[in-house]
Every structure is written in C-alpha cells, then in structure tokens.
Unconditional design. Structure first.
Length: 456
C-alpha cells in the first residue's frame, strides 16, 4: 500500500512500508498531458531523475522503543549517550510519522469525520508524549538530546492539530472538536514556555521558529535514515562502445580515402574535395551511430545503482537498481493501461516511467527492526515551467446579468503505481493530480475494481 500526499509547491510525496520480504519491485507511471509538449529534448531523462526524484529510507517498526527504559539504562551506565540518542530519535520519529499519517487521513475525510476518531488521535498523541516526558534525564549530555526531541514533537503536535482546526467542517460537533484541539495546543505551547525551549525572539518570529524546527527534524531523522550511495551504470560499456564505433568509422573512412586516391590518382582538387566529403560524413554519422547503438544496448536495463548503509555500523544493508525513461502509452503494460482507464486523451499523453528493484538484508538492520519506510518525493516544478502563464475567463449568468470570472489554468496528471513485495501479487493504485503553474492544487486517489488491479 502506497500513501500519496501533496507538499508545498509542486512536491508530491509517496511513502510505503517495506515489509518482511527481502525483495521489492516498484514502478511509477506519470501520464503527462500532451499539450505540454514534453519530450526528452525539453526535459532530459537524466536531468529529471537527478533534480526531481528524491528518495530516502528510514528504519520502521510497529513496536517503537520506549525512551523511559533507555533513560534508566543510560543513567546506570549501561547505555552510551549515542545509544540513548538513537533510541530517543527512533521513538520521536515513529511518533511524528504516525501523527502525520493520522492527521492526513482525518483531513482527507473531514466531511464524514466523527468526534470519536478525533478524540482517539488526541488521546494517543497525549499518551505517547506523556511516556516521553515520564522520566527526564539528569545528565547534561543526555538532557540535550531529550530537549531537542521534546521541543520538536511538542511544536509538531501543535502544528498538526492547528491544521485540523483550520480544515474542520462547520457541523454539529465543530465547537466541541475545536475546543478540544485548541486545549491540547495550548498545553503544548505552555509546556515549551515553562521549560524555556525557545527564546521569546525565536517564538515570535515565524520564519526563525520554522527554520529551527526544520533543523531539529533533520537531527531526529539522521540516526534512523540509511546512508545512500548512487552510481550510474554502464560507464565502462559506454567508453568501450565509443572506442569501437570510432575504430570502425575511422577504418571505413581510411579505406574509402585510399580507394579515392587510387581511383583519382595523385593529389588534386578532386581528391581534396572527396576527402573533405568523407570526413564530413564521418562527423555526421559517428555520433548518431554511437547514440543509436547505446540506446539499443541499454534498452530495458537499469541506469543507476543505489546502495544503502547503516548510519552507525556503515555496513551495507541493501541495494537498489533504478530505471527512468519516457514511454509511449502503447508501450505501457496492459494492466497499467487498464488502471489508467484508456481514453481518447491518453493517446496524446507522454508517460514518464520510474522503476526500482531492491533487495534488503534485514539481518544487518538495527536490533528489533525488520522493516524500512521509503519516501519518494516527486518535484513537478520542471513540468510546471511548460505550462501556460495567466488565466482564462469564463462567462456566467447570475440574476439575468452576465459575469466574467477569471479561472486559473490547470492540468490533469494521472499517476499509476505498481508495487510487488516478495511473492505477493502486485498492487496497483491510481491518483488524479491537478496541477497549476504555481502549485499542486489537488490529489485524489481513484479506487480500483478487481478488474483493473489486485487492490479492491
């Protein structure tokens, strides 16, 4: 199961949990409207891969470590400060991810959300925070780690709950839910003030406090995020192909030049013109021949290899092969086209394809962790530059008066994913992504029937 959400601007975030299976396959198909004029010349494949696709993997577990136990062990000298920092980061990260997903689900179903569901989320958040604050370390080194994480999770909780308040529907439970959420937000704000986590100057400046919390988020994520090393494949093959093509072309031109000289005899203007023509043809066909052979040689083969390392032991814990290229809709697999629900407009679309095949080694993971969480951020700003500026006008009749309303130009992208974990059957999902030149306006998941995919 893949979760999709829009971030600021043109960022689209996809996240998934890689379960016990050690082998995973993932395919992403982005159907881009043909009116944008997208092709490999306008946006090269390598440029889009390096600038618009960003992935990261972190440890994930359904049973997070309790910092209370680790705090006692650390004070007794049975746990090093680095181990305590790791356990606390794991706890804080698990809480942040869980609250983020819970609030995201509530916001997607705000019209039908019940008071009991909101109360359940708030109760779980308060329970986890109380466990975190049950035992504050007395050692200055340990307290520094605790302060940073407690400061961030408190601020993050307030921000997420305020976001829910801003999107609450004005129904019968509006006042009750709003009052409950605001009370929790006030408690968290007062908690940070009492412990003097942030200066008054920083708290009063939205930009300063936001940037500080962004840095604290990175400090929390660093111990649980796998290090990556990406290498482009085919470098040696490309050099060998270039040498072979150059040798073949030069041999052909040399033989042709020899035949010209033997036929025309001596050095004359005709010989010079003939040799100039041969060398011009060499320069004309050498690059085209090399590029054609290179595309044929690399067709369907992975273009990059990504290796993952544990941030503490530096041991390799997995690797991943990656593909990215453009496809015509007719070359897309039938099951993906069925999920896309072929239409007339699809014939004009350009399909951007990203695929990965990874193998992980859970035996080398941190103790107690057998799963990872992968986050893939897709930046559509490179495609947004191809969109037309401005807006168009729509006429509307109101009270026997004609009104002209400006309407922002928007484009509809279709995103289809195919995921296979181990020997399980593939899971296909589809989203409609509405994009304007300034931001991603809306993202909506389209439920799949049993005819179009394995997901019901």
């Amino acid at each position: 199961m893949i979760f999709a959400e829009r971030k600021d601007g043109h960022l689209l975030k996809l996240s998934r949990i890689l379960r016990e299976a050690t082998e995973h396959r993932f395919e992403l198909y982005l159907f881009v409207p043909g009116e944008l004029g997208l092709n490999s010349t306008v946006v090269p494949e390598e440029s889009f891969y390096h600038n618009a696709i960003h992935t990261s993997r972190t440890y994930f577990s359904d049973r997070p470590h309790l910092p209370l136990v680790h705090s006692r062990l650390a004070e007794r000298g049975k746990l090093t400060p680095e181990q305590y920092r790791l356990s606390l980061s794991l706890y804080g990260y698990q809480y942040v991810v869980g609250l983020e997903q819970s609030c995201h689900d509530l916001r997607n179903h705000m019209e039908t959300v019940e008071l009991e569901k909101v109360e359940e989320v708030v109760a779980l958040a308060q329970d986890i925070l109380s466990r975190l604050r049950r035992r504050v370390p007395t050692d200055d080194t340990l307290r520094k780690y605790y302060t940073n994480i407690d400061n961030y999770v408190s601020w993050f909780t307030e921000q997420r709950l305020l976001g829910l308040v801003a999107h609450l529907p004005r129904n019968g439970d509006y006042k009750t839910v709003k009052s409950m959420l605001l009370d929790v937000c006030q408690l968290e704000r007062q908690h940070r003030i009492e412990h003097q986590y942030n200066t008054a100057h920083a708290s009063d400046s939205l930009s300063r406090i936001s940037n500080k919390m962004r840095l604290l988020r990175r400090l929390i994520e660093y111990p649980v995020t796998l290090k990556e090393k990406t290498r482009e494949l085919g470098g040696g093959e490309q050099k060998l192909l270039k040498s072979v093509v150059t040798a073949v072309v030069m041999t052909t031109v040399s033989l042709a030049a020899y035949e010209v000289r033997e036929t025309l005899g001596g050095i004359s203007m005709m010989v010079i013109f003939a040799l100039a023509l041969l060398y011009a043809l060499r320069e004309l066909f050498k690059d085209d021949l090399r590029n054609t052979l290179w595309r044929w040689l690399r067709k369907g083969r992975p273009k990059w290899r990504r290796q993952y390392f544990d941030v503490h032991s530096s041991q390799p814990v997995g690797r991943q092969l990656e593909w990215f290229d453009y496809k015509r809709p007719s070359r897309v697999p039938d099951e993906v086209r069925a999920v896309r629900r072929a239409s007339i407009s699809q014939r004009e679309e350009v399909v951007m394809f990203y695929g990965s095949h990874s193998r992980m080694l859970p035996t080398r993971f941190l103790t107690g962790y057998e799963q990872t969480r992968e986050s893939l951020q897709l930046d559509l700003s490179m495609l947004a530059r191809l969109m037309e500026k401005g807006s168009h006008h729509v006429y509307q009749l109101k009270d026997n008066q004609v009104a002209r309303q400006p309407v922002e130009k928007r484009y509809l992208f279709n995103l289809v994913t195919r995921e296979v974990q181990g020997q399980k059957p593939p899971v296909l999902q589809r989203w409609k992504v509405v994009v304007s030149r300034s931001k991603i306006v809306e993202i909506e998941e389209i439920p799949q029937s049993s005819k179009n995919g394995k997901k019901l």
